[in-house]
Design a protein around this ligand. Structure first.
Ligand code: 89Y
Length: 309
C-alpha cells in the first residue's frame, strides 16, 4: 500500500499515522515503483478525472470519492474512459449504507406498506457545517453537490430512476458562494412522487439531528417513517411498530458524524467485493445516474422549468 499527495510531507504524515509503508509526492513515481492492485482517489473533486484517467491508462481498477465530477460532462467522460479501457470504476458513495437507511429499505422491500406512492427525504440542519468544512463555503455549487449527491442517490436506491424533476434553490447565508437550500421534486420508478428537502441554513431547529436523514414514505397499505434518533415507525392497519436502528459506534469515528462515518464500513466492504470481481452497488455507471440528477437539478433551478429524462 502507498499514499500520494502533491505535498510530500502530508503523504508522509498520513503514511506514518496509518502504518502505510511508502509515501510519494509524485503519482507517476508511485505507479512506477509500487505493485498496485487498485487506486483510491480521495482528492478534491476537480482532480478526480486526472487520476481516474491515470488508472484507466494503466488498466488499474479505480475507486473515486463522491461527488464523482465537477460537471456531468466530466463524469460521463470518466465512465467512458474506464469502459473503453475495460477498467472497473466505483464511486465511494456511502450514504445509502447508513444503518437506519438500509433497514428502511428492508421495510419497503418487504411489501408491508405496499407500493410507495409518495415520499419525503429531509436533510435539513442548522449545524454550522462551514466551521468544520470551510471549503464548502467556497463552492459555487454547494448543497446539491455535497448533500444532493448523497440524498438523490438514496432516493434512487429506494424508488428507482427518475422520469422527471423540478428544483428550486436558495442561498440564505451571506458568507458562502453557493446555494445552501434546495428542494427537488421527482417522479421516480414510474409511480412515486419524491420530495427532497436540503438545507444548511443555520436556522435553529427544535429537534436538530445532524447528520441524520429523516424520511417519510406513504404506501398503498401503510406508511413508514425514519425519524429523529434512528427510530423507524411502520404503520399499517394493524397499528404502529416502532424500533430503533442506531449506527454502530467506532472509536475512530467523530461522534458528531456517527451515522455517516460508520456507513463507510459496509460501503467499503461492498466496494471491495466489486474490486474482487463481485457485485458492487455504486459503480461508476450507476453513480452517473445520481450525478445526472444533481446537474439536472441545477439546470431546472436555473431555467425554472421541469426536466424530463
Ligand atoms: O461533505 C458532506 C458529506 O459527504 O457528508 C456530510 C458532509 O460532511 C457535510 O454535508
Amino acid at each position: 500500500m502507498a499514499i500520494y499527495n502533491r505535498t510530500l510531507s502530508k503523504a508522509q504524515t498520513l503514511a506514518r499515522d496509518f502504518g502505510v509503508p511508502s509515501a510519494y509526492g509524485d503519482p507517476e513515481e508511485l505507479l512506477r515503483r509500487e505493485k498496485v492492485d487498485f487506486i483510491d482517489v480521495v482528492t478534491d473533486v476537480d482532480h478526480h478525472e486526472v487520476f481516474v484517467r491515470m488508472a484507466a491508462e494503466r488498466g488499474l481498477p479505480v475507486v473515486c470519492q463522491k461527488p464523482m465530477a465537477p460537471t456531468l460532462k466530466v463524469a460521463e467522460a470518466m465512465v467512458q474512459v474506464c469502459r473503453d479501457a475495460g477498467v472497473p470504476l466505483f464511486v465511494n458513495e456511502n450514504w445509502r449504507w447508513q444503518t437506519p437507511i438500509r433497514q428502511l429499505k428492508r421495510v419497503l422491500d418487504s411489501g408491508q406498506i405496499g407500493l410507495p406512492f409518495r415520499a419525503r427525504l429531509d436533510m435539513i440542519s442548522g449545524f454550522p457545517v462551514f466551521r468544520n468544512q470551510p471549503f464548502l463555503a467556497e463552492l459555487e455549487q454547494f448543497i446539491l453537490t455535497d448533500l444532493g449527491s448523497h440524498i438523490l442517490d438514496v432516493a434512487r436506491f429506494f424508488f428507482g430512476e427518475a422520469e422527471s424533476l423540478y428544483c428550486l434553490t436558495q442561498r440564505v447565508l451571506p458568507n458562502i458562494k453557493g446555494e445552501n437550500v434546495a428542494t427537488v421534486v421527482m417522479r421516480m420508478g414510474g409511480r412515486t412522487t419524491v420530495n427532497v428537502n436540503l438545507a444548511y441554513a443555520e436556522s435553529p431547529l427544535e429537534r436538530e439531528c445532524f447528520p441524520q436523514t429523516l424520511i417519510f414514505v406513504e404506501g398503498e397499505k401503510g406508511s413508514a417513517e425514519l425519524t429523529n434518533d434512528y427510530w423507524i415507525r411502520v404503520t399499517t392497519e394493524r397499528g404502529t411498530l416502532a424500533k430503533r436502528y442506531p449506527p454502530p459506534r467506532y472509536s475512530w469515528a467523530d461522534p458528531a458524524y456517527d451515522v455517516v462515518h460508520s456507513s463507510i464500513v459496509p460501503c467499503q466492504a461492498n466496494l471491495l467485493e466489486g474490486l474482487r470481481g463481485g457485485k458492487a452497488e455504486t459503480t461508476g455507471e450507476d453513480n452517473l445516474r445520481t450525478v445526472r440528477l444533481v446537474f439536472a437539478s441545477y439546470e431546472s433551478a436555473a431555467s425554472g422549468l421541469p426536466i424530463r429524462f
